[in-house]
Design a protein around this ligand. Structure first.
Ligand code: SF4
Length: 470
């Protein structure tokens, strides 16, 4: 059944725009279970209308498909397109009445949204000569095996499997319920390191498996999770008893964490391929800017766009000279083009003006962070500016979160937008508080110490004291 038809059938479940306007946040929407992901058929209610999160089944989109996506978002939504921290696309500002048109346009463009359990692979899979394995092959196989199960396991809506074939842009920093990471064994063969919960650094490593064993073991883990309950996550599995069922491994590569490389910048993939990584300013771009940019990029040879972690997108098909030219042009069309741009470390939601739930204009506040608190933006920590407690731009913990409140701002240290703020400040105090936090880091940072290490060493009490000064 076409998505548009499916949407029409399910449309009675979607709240009306009028109802949406009166809802403060998505989690309250009757159309979605708490914690569920906003798909095309079940969009999420936010302060600026309905939001759809989209992960196409293909590794990337053609320029024509990306153009169609931008056009339909402008026609049926408010034109705002986001790339999430995990590299998913988000289209914003639709209404219950406009959703069928959006779904029809996406169908027509040949974009097939992924459904079922989320299986994420590195954005350069299949292109990167440095990868150990093309993770897409195992992902396809696993998907097929899950679909072939007699009874489909009922899994937590946000349950995620990462299959990481290695290479330049690995997914180590992203959390997963189940992670398979390709390594090269001492014998030269490919083995998959299996772990559960957390990032690659914090996950509990269980075993080292062949491709065949990986498929059967992950299927068993999914069945176990379904048996525990519909909200069970990787962290709920008993790592010790699972580990006991596998032979222990001593390879030096077993469970190793790769060095982080930003997707932003020009990446040379062997002699032939080159990829230009860009980040929409604060993770969000308007359809008209995307459309202008696509025209220029396509004329220069771009033929595919892939979204990537860290709110970025990758432009494929350019040669070296064209990549440099397009990189310069991108800066004029709402993109950040440098990996060391301080604004990459500020996560900003739509904010007042775009979202009815927002208590403050987050993008203006981001300019204040850049101006008043540059020492916080050394790349070691994230500053999260959230218009309300929903925390759309950064659902997890951030070192510093500034949450909109009716009377001003709540300051959360090492927590999420939902955490209890350590202090509240008035509407006029943001700039001076940012300047005080900046002074705290600047005056106390040891040689070679990062902003994050400095704040961790000083402790939350020191931050609160600094906030209360003045
Ligand atoms: S976090 Fe921001 S975008 Fe999300 S609902 Fe709140 S104000 Fe709107």
């Amino acid at each position: 059944m076409a998505l548009a038809d499916r949407y029409r059938m399910e449309r009675h479940d979607v709240v009306s725009r009028q109802a949406a306007d009166s809802l403060a946040c998505v989690a309250d929407a009757p159309s979605m279970a708490r914690g569920a992901c906003p798909s095309l058929s079940v969009p999420m209610v936010t302060g600026d209308g309905l939001l759809v999160r989209l992960r196409p089944t293909t590794p990337g989109l053609t320029v024509a498909q990306f153009r169609a996506l931008a056009e339909t978002t402008a026609n049926h939504g408010n034109g705002l397109i986001e790339i999430t921290a995990r590299g998913n696309l988000q289209l914003r500002g639709m209404t219950a009445d406009s959703m069928a048109g959006l779904a029809a346009d996406i169908d027509r463009a040949g974009i097939v949204p992924e459904s079922g359990v989320a299986i994420e692979v590195p954005p350069l899979s299949g292109l990167d000569p440095l990868e150990v394995a093309d993770a897409r092959d195992l992902a396809i196989r696993l998907r097929r095996e899950i679909a072939a199960l007699d009874s489909q396991p009922v899994l937590a809506p946000k349950l995620t499997i990462i299959i990481d074939g290695g290479g330049r842009l690995v997914l180590d920093a992203m959390s997963a319920d189940i992670r398979l990471k390709a390594t090269r064994a001492d014998s030269g063969s490919i083995v998959w390191s299996l772990s559960i919960g957390g990032t690659a650094q914090t996950a509990k490593i269980l075993a080292s498996l062949s491709t065949e064993q990986s498929v059967t073991t992950v299927i068993e883990l999914l069945k176990t999770l379904a048996h525990i309950g519909p909200n069970a996550r990787g962290r709920d599995l008993d790592a010790a008893s699972l580990r006991a069922g596998f032979p222990s491994r001593q390879d030096r590569t077993f469970g190793a964490v790769s060095q982080h490389l930003s997707p932003i910048g020009i990446h040379r993939l062997g002699d032939k391929n080159l990829v230009l990584g860009l980040r929409p300013s604060f993770g969000q771009i308007h359809a008209r800017d995307i459309l202008d940019f696509l025209d220029i990029a396509e004329a220069a040879g771009a033929n595919e766009i892939r979204t990537a972690p860290e709110h970025s997108l990758l432009v494929l098909g350019l040669d070296g000279r064209a990549a440099q030219d397009i990189q310069l042009m991108a800066a004029k069309h709402g993109f950040r083009t440098r990996a060391d741009d301080p604004s990459n470390h500020i996560d900003v939601c739509s904010g007042a003006g775009a979202c009815a739930s927002a208590f403050y204009p987050t993008k203006l506040a981001a300019a204040d962070v850049l101006d008043k608190a540059p020492d916080l933006l050394d790349g070691s920590l994230a500053v999260h500016l959230s218009g309300c407690r929903k925390g759309c731009a950064h659902p997890g913990k951030a070192a510093i979160t500034i949450v909109g409140a009716p009377t001003g701002y709540g300051i959360v240290v090492n927590g999420s937008a939902l955490s209890e703020p350590m202090a509240y400040i008035g509407k006029q105090e943001l700039k001076s508080v940012l300047a005080r936090m900046n002074r705290l880091v600047r005056n106390n940072k040891g040689a070679g110490e990062s902003a994050e290490d400095c704040l961790t060493r000083l402790g939350a009490d020191a931050v609160v004291t600094a906030l209360r000064q003045g």
